[in-house]
Design a protein around this ligand. Structure first.
Ligand SMILES: Nc1ncnc2c1ncn2[C@@H]1O[C@H](COP(=O)(O)OP(=O)(O)OP(=O)(O)O)[C@@H](O)[C@H]1O
Ligand SMILES: [Mg+2]
Length: 228
């Protein structure tokens, strides 16, 4: 039995929006370096779960701990600092700043943590190169394909060396082959960087890139299995 403290651990998560119970008591553990696919029908609570795990939303009850340290008791300011320092995010679209070139989009999270501009820009350039985007550093998001923009988003999520990357439908706006490409890059790069990954997806093939998957239905985890 593996007795190591999970990287991320949630217990009894309940989240209501008015009359809607989005999460009805969810437990999730995420091991160090593990990738987890969260599947389930539309409206089942996947995004709400991801937002609670990432400390973007506070649950009505239940706890979330990062490396054994509970996140719910932190002030809003400390929680956003924790997100900035320890988490990376990849969403379906819209997370890149449209007026900034790719390289500045990638460098920004590092600069927000105090890395000097030149160093952050050098690092961002290396990340873009390693994700196959050499030569595209100066392009703004609108000048990139959807798949290229998502690679920029992956670089942006990883530049701060986060403990956990959260991705909500990262391939939702892409065709299947481009989506699989991005997903392979996301899972491989996250693993190589030593980060854990939580990825919400409708696509069973996309879930196959992860170590494990859970199925959310009506705000509960109905089913959990090893993906491979
Ligand atoms: N901010 C909110 N205000 C009110 N209701 C909400 C809010 N966010 C989510 N809900 C409701 O909570 C439930 C779960 O929503 P959630 O976004 O977690 O579903 P999801 O599984 O991510 O769905 P999808 O696959 O369509 O993205 C839904 O009934 C939704 O309408
Ligand atoms: Mg959702």
């Amino acid at each position: 039995m593996n007795t190591a403290t999970p990287r991320l651990s949630a217990r009894g998560l309940v989240k209501r929006f008015g009359p809607t119970t989005a999460l009805a008591g969810v437990d999730v553990d995420l091991a160090d370096g593990e990738s987890l696919a969260v599947m389930g029908p539309s409206g089942s609570g996947k995004s709400t779960l991801l937002h609670c795990l990432a400390g973007i939303l506070l649950p009505d009850s239940g706890t979330v701990a990062l490396d054994g340290r509970e996140v719910g008791g932190l002030s809003d300011r400390d929680r956003s600092l924790l997100r900035r320092q320890h988490y990376g995010f990849v969403f379906q679209f819209g997370q890149l700043l449209s007026e900034l070139p790719a390289i500045e989009n990638v460098a920004l999270p590092a600069m927000l943590l105090g890395t000097p501009r030149r160093e952050a820009t050098d690092l961002a350039g290396r990340w873009l190169g390693s994700l196959g985007l050499a030569g595209m550093e100066g392009r703004r998001p609108g000048e990139l394909s959807g798949g290229q923009a998502q690679r920029v988003a992956v670089a942006r999520a990883l530049i701060t060396r986060p403990a956990v990357v959260f991705a909500d439908e990262p391939t939702g706006a892409l065709d299947q082959s481009t989506g699989h490409d991005v997903m392979r890059i996301l899972t491989e790069t996250t693993k190589a960087a030593g980060a854990s990954l939580v990825v919400v997806t409708h696509d069973a093939q996309v879930a196959d890139w992860c170590d494990r998957r859970i199925e959310v239905r009506d705000g509960l985890v109905r089913h959990t299995e090893a993906a491979r």
